[in-house]
Design a protein around this ligand. Structure first.
Ligand code: APR
Length: 312
C-alpha cells in the first residue's frame, strides 16, 4: 500500500526526531522543510541512509521549498525557537508567532486539504493562531502537548510506585504550561484509582513536577528543550490520523461549547481519525478541575488576543 505523505516543518531537534520515528514506524513518506539551507537536506540524507539498515520503505526528502508540502495528508509545525533556561513558554510568544504565522499561511495555500499538528510553543496560542491564519475548520488544526504531559505524569507515578510506566494511565488537560490540569480520576495503576496508593499531597507534588517537566529538562540541557518524548507524542497523534484508528488522545483543540468553554484552544481528550479531530470527549471533572480548565482557557484567550500587537 502506498504510504501517505507527511510534511514536517522545522528540521531541528523535534522535527528531525519526528521524521526519524515516522520512517522507523513505516507511517509515511516525509517531506522535511527548514528555512536554513542545507539543514533539512542534510538530515534527510542522513536519515535515509538508515533505511537499508532498519528496513523501512518510506522516503525522506529535505528542502527549503514550502511548496513541496503540496499533497500532504498531514503537516506538523515544529519550526520555532526552543526555550532557554529560566524562560517560560510564554516568553517565546512574539518570536514564534512571527515564525508560525507565515508558515500557517503558506500551508493553507500549498496543502489546503491537510490536517495540521502544531508543536511550536507556546503551544495552545500557536494552535489558535494557526486556526486564525488558515481559516481551516477546527477538526483539522490541533496541537501536541497532552500526550507528552500525560506521559510525563505516568512516568513519575511509575517511578514512585516502582511499576512499569505502561501500567499507569493518566490524562493531563488544560494548557501546556503552569495551567496544566491533571485529572485525578483519570489516573489509575493496574486499573485501580491512584487515590488508593498516593495521598493528595503526594499527588499534588507529582502534578507540580509534571507541570515543571519541560523546565526541568531545559535546565539540565542548558541549550534547547525536550525533543524525544515530544516527537513520540506527535507521532502517536499522526498514527491515529493516518491509520484512522479513532483513538482518544489528549490534544490541544479549539472548543465550541465543550466543557462550557468557547473561543479558546486548550488540551482536552479527542478522538482522532482520518478527518483529524472526530469528536471531543467530555470527561467528568471535579468542580476544581473545571475551574482550572476555565482559568487555562482564559489565559490562552488573553495571550491569543495580545498577538495582534506582537505580530509584525
Ligand atoms: N521556517 C522553517 N523552519 C524554521 C523557521 C521557518 N520560518 N524558523 C525557524 N525554523 C527552524 C530552525 O531553523 C530550526 O531548525 O526550526 C527549527 C527549530 O529547531 P530547534 O531549534 O532544534 O528547536 P526544537 O527543539 O526542535 O523545538 C521546536 O518545538 O517543542 C517546541 O518549544 C519548542 O517551539 C519549539 C519547537
Amino acid at each position: 500500500m502506498a504510504l501517505p505523505t507527511v510534511t514536517v516543518i522545522g528540521a531541528g531537534q523535534v522535527g528531525a526526531t519526528t521524521t526519524h520515528l515516522l520512517a522507523l514506524k513505516g507511517l509515511a513518506n516525509v517531506i522535511l522543510i527548514d528555512i536554513v539551507d542545507g539543514l533539512a537536506q542534510g538530515k534527510a540524507l542522513d536519515l535515509m541512509q538508515s533505511a537499508p539498515i532498519e528496513g523501512f520503505g518510506g522516503s525522506i526528502q529535505g528542502t527549503t521549498d514550502f511548496n513541496a508540502m503540496a499533497g500532504s495528508r498531514l503537516v506538523m509545525i515544529t519550526a520555532g525557537l526552543p526555550r532557554k533556561p529560566g524562560m517560560s513558554r510564554e516568553d517565546l510568544l512574539a518570536a514564534n508567532a512571527n515564525i508560525v504565522g507565515p508558515i500557517a499561511s503558506r500551508m493553507a495555500s500549498a496543502a489546503p486539504e491537510a490536517v495540521a499538528i502544531v508543536v511550536t510553543n507556546p503551544l495552545d496560542v500557536m494552535v489558535a493562531f494557526t486556526l486564525q491564519r488558515t481559516g481551516w475548520p477546527r477538526q483539522r488544526v490541533m496541537g501536541m502537548a497532552g500526550v507528552l504531559d500525560s506521559a510525563r505524569l505516568r512516568v513519575l507515578i511509575a517511578e514512585r510506585l516502582q511499576v512499569a510506566p505502561s501500567q499507569v494511565h493518566a490524562m493531563v488537560l488544560g494548557s501546556h504550561g503552569d495551567l496544566m490540569v491533571p485529572v485525578v480520576r483519570s489516573v489509575t495503576v493496574d486499573g485501580r484509582p491512584i487515590t488508593e496508593r498516593l495521598s493528595p499531597e503526594e499527588l499534588d507534588r507529582l502534578f507540580q513536577r509534571t507541570r515543571d517537566g519541560g523546565a526541568e529538562i531545559v535546565a539540565l540541557l542548558k541549550q534547547g528543550s525536550a525533543f524525544y518524548a515530544p516527537a513520540t507524542g506527535v507521532v502517536a497523534m499522526a498514527r491515529a490520523i493516518l491509520q484512522n484508528t479513532h483513538e482518544v488522545l489528549p490534544v490541544c483543540a479549539s472548543l465550541e461549547g465543550e466543557y462550557g468553554l468557547r473561543d479558546a484552544c486548550i488540551g482536552v481528550p479527542a478522538q482522532l481519525g482520518a478527518a483529524g479531530i472526530e469528536r471531543i470527549v467530555e470527561m467528568e471533572l471535579t468542580a476544581e478541575e473545571r475551574r482550572a480548565l476555565q482559568a487555562a482557557a482564559e489565559q490562552v484567550r488573553a495571550s491569543t488576543k495580545s498577538l495582534s500587537t506582537l505580530v509584525s
